[in-house]
Every structure is written in structure tokens, then in C-alpha cells.
Design a protein around this ligand. Structure first.
Ligand code: KIV
Length: 280
């Protein structure tokens, strides 16, 4: 750990000083290496990896073992960023004891620095339990994809006054329960601004406008690597799917048309050995 390493105290300081916090998801070693080197403060091993890299339809089926494998790959790569592991659906809801055990696995086996859980008041007992066990917890309110079925799908939340008040109350309760930061997903920018002003811990927005203390995006959306579901709030900074498809097609053509491999890609032996080999 160095002076540059990001941990929960760094985030509090950044909020106090009005410096924006950057967060991205990552699910494997090579991507985590690049994200960490680019100076992103927080890396979330999101359960979105279940969709973007494991190919599930939703985040619901992702297991603890799958999340742990992705978390270990990411923490092996990272030197500066703080790594947060997303607790998968049903790894924390049933009993606070389950929540502690599973959060503990992310810290001991995955070497993550913190965990994230979705939802407000239903998650409070588990947030308190995990924090009491000595593990930093990030909250997540607004649109919560693990329980999207209760929210009429992947839709903006908190547009009416009552719904907005419930999200604000959830965020305040999570802060009181010990969450060190809270993700605000798919809520109106004005509501995110109010929540950000009321909380002492940082808010990290995704589809929550510019007034949050930080921003997060799903890496594969930003890179143009996942187009099965593209939310309105995503900004695409590259078209890696196009670049990769082009490279793979060119390789295929080169093999078919005998342009690859060339002499430069081939091991040679001395002529005498080669002659003897041909006669063998
Ligand atoms: O799993 C995930 O990628 C997330 C982000 C959208 C915050 O929870």
C-alpha cells in the first residue's frame, strides 16, 4: 500500500474536497490491469459480469464461486485502485450470518477491499452485520437489477415524490448502518443531487446525472463490447466489438489464403538437419 492507494478514507477526503471519484467495473486480469493503470479510483467486480462475460440473461444466476473467480483475477492485477466485490443475489439476503460468511470469502479468498449489496431497508440488517464484522460495505439504491422484477423491469426509479422520498430514506438509512459509499442507479439527476447533499458518505452515480460525488459505468458498455442491452445513460467511448471482429476476420482470411504464418512466425533449423529430416 502506498500514499496513492485508494481506500475508504481517500473517498471521504475526495468528497470533502469536491474531487470527483471514478469507478468502473472489471471482471478479469487484463482489463483490471488497464483500468488500474489508467488511474480509476474504484474497480467494481460487478455481478453485471454474469451478463457481460459469462453470458447469462440477467445478473440473477451468478454464483459466489463465479464472482470469487472474477474477483481473484481482478485483485491480482491491481496496485492502486480499491476493489469492491458485488455480492450476488441470495448470498446475503436470508441471514446476516450468511452475509458475513460470504462477504468474508470475498475479503479472504478474493482479496477484495470491500463488498457491495443492493437495496435499501431490506438490506440494512446484513449491511450492519458485515460492517460490524469489519468489512467495508457499499450500498446501492434506485434501480437494483437483482430485484428488477419488483421494479417493473430495468427502468428509471424515483420519479414521483413518494418514490423519491423512499430512495432518499433508504440512502440515509444505509449511511447510518455504516455503508462507506452508495451507488445511485437510474434516478433523476435532481434527486441524486439532493441525496448527495444530505449524505456525508460519497454517492457514485450511474444514470443519476452529474451531481453525484463520483460516476461508474460498466466497462463493456464504455468499450462497446456488449450490446445486448444498452441503457440510455451509457456513453460508448470505443467500438472494441468492431475492432475485434475485424482482427478475427482478417486472421481467418490470412489462414485460408495462406498468408499466415510467414517465415517471421516460423522456427527454423539448420539446412543439414532439415535435409536429414526430409529423408527420414
Ligand atoms: O454490477 C454492476 O455492474 C453494478 C453497477 C451497475 C453499479 O452494480
Amino acid at each position: 500500500m502506498t500514499d496513492q492507494t485508494v481506500r475508504t478514507v481517500t473517498l471521504q477526503q475526495m468528497k470533502r474536497e469536491g474531487r470527483k471519484i471514478t469507478m468502473l467495473t472489471a471482471y478479469d486480469y487484463p482489463m483490471a490491469l488497464l483500468v488500474d493503470r489508467a488511474g480509476i479510483d474504484l474497480i467494481l467486480v460487478g455481478d453485471s459480469g454474469g451478463m457481460t462475460v459469462l453470458g447469462y440473461e440477467t445478473t440473477i444466476p451468478v454464483t459466489m464461486d463465479e464472482m470469487l473467480m472474477m474477483t481473484r483475477a481482478v485483485t491480482r492485477a491491481v496496485t492502486r485502485s480499491m476493489v469492491i466485490a458485488d455480492m450476488p443475489f441470495m448470498s446475503y439476503e436470508a441471514e446476516p450470518a450468511d452475509a458475513i460468511r460470504n462477504a468474508g470469502r470475498f475479503i479472504k479468498e478474493g482479496l477484495a477491499h470491500a463488498v457491495k449489496v443492493e437495496r435499501g431497508w431490506p438490506s440494512l440488517p446484513c449491511v450492519r452485520a458485515i460492517v460490524d464484522a469489519g468489512i467495508p460495505v457499499m450500498g446501492h439504491v434506485g434501480l437494483t437489477p437483482q430485484t428488477a422484477v419488483l421494479q417493473e423491469g430495468l427502468k428509471v426509479q424515483g420519479k414521483g415524490l413518494d418514490a423519491a422520498r423512499r430512495i432518499l430514506e433508504d440512502a440515509l438509512a444505509l449511511e447510518k448502518a455504516g455503508a462507506f459509499a452508495i451507488v445511485l442507479e437510474a434516478i433523476p439527476g435532481a434527486l441524486a443531487g439532493v441525496i448527495t447533499n444530505r449524505l456525508t458518505v460519497p454517492t457514485i452515480g450511474i444514470g443519476a446525472g452529474p451531481n453525484c460525488d463520483g460516476q461508474v459505468l460498466v466497462l463493456h458498455d464504455l468499450l462497446g463490447l456488449f450490446d445486448r442491452f444498452v441503457p440510455k445513460f451509457t456513453k460508448r467511448y470505443a467500438d472494441l466489438a468492431g475492432i475485434i471482429s475485424d482482427a478475427v476476420s482478417r486472421y481467418r482470411q490470412d489462414v485460408i489464403e495462406r498468408r499466415f504464418p510467414e517465415a517471421a512466425h516460423t522456427y527454423s533449423i539448420d539446412q543439414e538437419t532439415e535435409r536429414a529430416l526430409q529423408e527420414m
